[in-house]
Design a protein around this ligand. Structure first.
Ligand code: SDX
Length: 428
């Protein structure tokens, strides 16, 4: 129901009204769908002021640094819950009872294996292929295995696809890592938790069992939770647009993985750690902050800034706390943390960053934690993709469950040539 109306006055036209809708929280929206009939489009490159859908999954108040997952604050979930319980919440909309949680964990656990033939997909990759390239390729190829469950109009088949993707992403991610270091693939073990299983598949070798540290497993699970979902970000919007054409869920998630890979998005955690390594020592921080402020220099401080958060990113706050916990519990003294703390202090006191509201984002501390628990740099964005798969598939499922959802097909402002007739080559 429209709460208020916007009246549009266009020169030479009668004023007309557009309905304004209010959400549960947050910014109201002007419904511009009728503009097309008035022969106008809205113009918003990068979608800075565009709501592409209505959703019940995530709420972000960037000005106040608020992030809710189905209404629950991320900092409460990250400290008190676990990743599979958060997956259930994102998919079903409610926290599970003890029985429902046990049943969900059991279903996910029993979907962690993949068809043996997928092993041969990896053998086609160069050994130095980036694990994200291997993940993107093998996830897309999964659609060649599950023909019997690709009727996306059937909620039960959509749910089974969601379970398979949540369960198999860690297996495929660990396989990408094992292939890149020339070690044999490790099968999942049903007696392990989600995070323990991923670490087992990453670091066990036939010669000896990898004993999963509870500290590392807890940190891994928290990293998964903090990256699980985040409203209509670039990769989630990519999954929604791919899904709006009726593409199968595995192809849609592969599209999300491709979009997340960019350094402006999920690739920032890898880029942030590389930046901290390049800075090297706290006394060089000022030099890099100056580069970031220099308009003629394309350098940006990776791990800083956010399209939505113009206050702190609540995930970064939990990540910072987790970073200190993990390093002290593992008794690791990482000089990169000193560099990160020095960079954070300088940047947050610098007028440029204050004026542009550039705060540490989710990627700023995650790289230090991932390095501390032994995840190699080229696997950082793979971990982000694994974690975000539940968010992507929850949005995909929500879109397909909405009555009257349409294929996404934006228009444009055309600035090219007006009509002109073809000229034969010998007359040009
Ligand atoms: C993620 O959308 C999501 O929700 C994403 C994410 C999720 O969970 O899905 O939260 C995950 O992608 C986090 C962001 C990770 N990316 C980085 O850390 C890369 C570094 N940050 C930026 O490139 C940038 O801040 C973005 C891409 C994150 C946001 O860019 P915007 O909102 O489009 O803003 P902008 O590029 O227009 O920047 C606004 C101003 C510009 O200066 P002016 O042109 O106004 O003079 O701020 C400056 C920029 O130059 N600026 C930076 C900066 N980020 C923005 N200057 C220096 N260092 C930076 N990091």
């Amino acid at each position: 129901m429209a709460a208020k109306k916007a009246t549009v006055h266009i020169d030479g036209m009668e004023p007309f009204e557009l309905p304004i809708f209010e959400g549960t929280n947050g910014t109201d929206v002007i419904d511009v769908r009728a503009l097309g009939k008035q022969c106008y489009f809205t113009y918003d490159p990068g979608f800075l002021a565009t709501a592409s859908c209505d959703s019940k999954i995530i709420f972000i108040d960037g000005g106040k640094g608020i992030l809710l997952h189905r209404g629950y604050p991320i900092d409460q979930l990250a400290i008190k819950s676990n990743y599979l319980e958060l997956c259930y919440l994102l998919l079903e909309g409610e926290l599970p009872s003890k029985e429902a949680a046990e049943a969900f964990d059991s279903v996910i656990t029993r979907h962690t294996m993949i068809y043996q033939k997928v092993h041969r997909f990896f053998e086609a990759f160069q050994h130095d292929a980036h694990p994200m390239a291997m993940l993107c390729g093998t996830v897309g190829a999964m659609s060649s295995f599950y023909h019997q469950d690709l009727d996306i109009s059937d909620p039960a088949q959509r749910k089974r696809s969601a379970y398979r993707l949540i369960a198999k992403l860690p297996t495929l991610s660990a396989m990408a890592y094992k292939y890149s270091i020339g070690q044999p693939f490790v099968y999942p073990k049903n007696e392990l938790s989600y995070a323990e299983n991923f670490l087992h598949m990453m670091f066990s070798v036939p010669a000896e069992e990898y004993i999963v540290s509870p500290i590392v497993a807890k940190a891994m699970d928290r990293i998964f939770m903090l990256h699980a979902d985040h409203e209509q970000n670039a990769s989630t919007s990519t999954v929604r647009i791919a899904g709006s054409s009726g593409a199968n869920p595995y192809a849609c998630i592969a599209a999300g993985i491709a979009s997340l890979w960019g350094p402006a998005h999920g690739g920032a955690n890898e880029a942030c750690l590389e930046m901290l390594q390049e800075i090297g020592t706290a006394d060089r921080v000022d030099e890099f902050v100056a580069k970031a402020k220099d308009k003629s220099d394309p350098f940006r401080l990776m791990g800083f800034g956010h399209r939505v958060y113009k206050n702190h990113d609540p995930r970064a706050t939990v990540m910072r706390q987790t970073c200190h916990e993990v390093l002290s519990e593992l008794n690791i003294k990482d000089p990169l943390l000193d560099v990160a703390m020095a960079l954070e202090k300088v940047a947050l006191e610098d007028p440029y960053f204050i004026e542009k509201k550039l705060y540490p984002n989710v990627d700023f501390y995650s790289g230090i934690i991932l390095k501390a628990i032994g995840i190699p740099l080229n696997m950082f964005t793979v971990v982000f993709a694994m974690s975000r798969t539940v968010g992507w598939i929850a949005h995909w499922d929500e879109m397909l469950s909405q009555e009257g959802h349409k294929i996404s097909r934006p228009r444009q402002l055309y600035t090219g040539e007006s009509h002109r007739d073809f000229v034969p080559q010998d007359e040009r």
